[in-house]
Ligand binder design. Structure first.
Ligand code: GGG
Length: 354
């Protein structure tokens, strides 16, 4: 039996409710496929911050480096400023472990109601590849003349050739491996005068090594409109940290619900653990009610298994999610149902063991 050491960080809000369902599903898969999991749970969250002044332990990154992968719930709580919680936990993990790819699949499943009229499964099936370590998410900048009429804030974006090329290559590789072989680049090189023309130039340069991949680019404003009006146009969409973040919330929303959307923060070289988390956040409005949809967390577990090389278990889990959604008998409120988090998790476990 192969055993994996998995660091579990439920985090905040609904993260604490959906992560146990993901762990239970993984345990069930482990029993079926003879995979062992050694869990290491970490109570790193906003509550801890309010008690200790730190989101995670001082040697948190060192502690996590002993694991094969990290399974994260959600980060953020109203009593802690969002930039404090994010920069105290999620972003240091992504950066220290060089998880420079954030992979976010978007798919309309049978049985999931979409807000778009006339769209059916097959019309929406693409992946967002988000640059995850640099771009607009930068610590360079500052505030001046606080609390005065001259107050100002400066925020510097960082686009390196290495960082840009590596995400573009990853995205082109993904496109090459898919039947449509089509890549779309998100840009804004009309308004953002330095970084975005640079991004566009790198796309042209990298694309030369992928003559079999058809590619196009759109400014982010019209691209968001196309996500709604023509989601069937897209296959692989690559964007900077900020654009990728926005598009990968919009994508699942047009495909029915962000509650089922997974993501993988990947260190492609395997030098460090990768991290798997749902796209959604801590959802304080529904936290504590036990009604959150656990599918985003569970689908993230499938991405983790795939990353660990457990292809059969990953495919079984994805198939189970698809069947449960198509059946439609058990649905959480974000999909118009009345099932709670626990009931949804139970149905998924049942679908794996059937
Ligand atoms: N599931 C993790 C989470 O809480 N995401 C919320 C969020 O705002 N993440 C910011 C980001 O992905 O950069």
């Amino acid at each position: 039996m192969k055993t994996y050491k998995i660091a579990v960080i439920p985090g905040d809000g609904i993260g604490k409710e959906v992560v146990p369902e993901g762990v239970a599903v993984l345990e069930a898969l482990g029993r079926r496929f003879d995979i062992g999991f050694e869990w290491g749970e970490f109570d790193w969250n906003c509550e801890r911050y309010l008690e200790t002044g730190r989101m995670m332990a001082e040697d948190g990154i060192e502690q996590l480096s002993a694991f094969d992968a990290i399974y994260l719930g959600a980060v953020g709580w109203p009593e802690v400023p969002d930039h404090v919680s994010l920069w105290g936990l999620l972003i240091p993990i992504r950066r220290c472990f060089q998880q420079y790819i954030n992979l976010r699949p978007v798919k309309l499943f049978e049985g999931v109601p979409t807000p778009l009229a006339g769209r059916k499964p097959g019309d929406i099936d693409f992946i967002c590849v988000r640059e995850n370590n640099e771009g607009e998410y930068s610590e360079i900048g500052g505030r001046l003349y606080r609390d005065s009429a001259e107050e100002m804030a400066v925020q510097q974006s960082v686009f390196t050739r290495k960082g840009t090329d590596q995400v573009l290559r990853y995205a082109f590789d993904q496109a090459r491996a898919r039947p449509k072989k089509h890549l779309t680049s998100a840009t804004k090189s009309n308004g953002i005068i330095h970084t975005m023309p640079f991004w566009d130039e790198r796309v042209v340069e990298v694309a030369k090594d992928y003559p079999d991949v058809r590619w196009d680019k759109y400014h982010i404003d019209i691209l968001t409109a196309h996500f709604v009006a023509h989601p069937d146009w897209f296959d692989v969409v690559v964007g900077s940290n900020l654009f990728g973040d926005i598009l990968s919330d919009l994508g699942p929303a047009v495909a029915g619900t962000i509650g089922i959307a997974p993501s993988a923060n990947i260190n492609p070289e395997g030098d460090y653990p990768s991290m798997f988390e749902p796209v959604h956040g801590s959802a304080p409005d529904i936290a504590g009610k036990g009604i959150a949809n656990p599918i985003g967390q569970v689908w993230s577990a499938a991405m983790m298994l795939d990353h660990l090389g457990e292809d059969e278990a990953a495919a079984t889990l994805e198939n189970a999610i698809e069947r449960v959604l198509a059946d439609g008998g058990t649905r959480t409120c974000d999909m118009g149902g009345t099932a709670n988090t626990r009931e949804m998790g139970e149905v998924l476990i049942q679908a794996i063991t059937d």
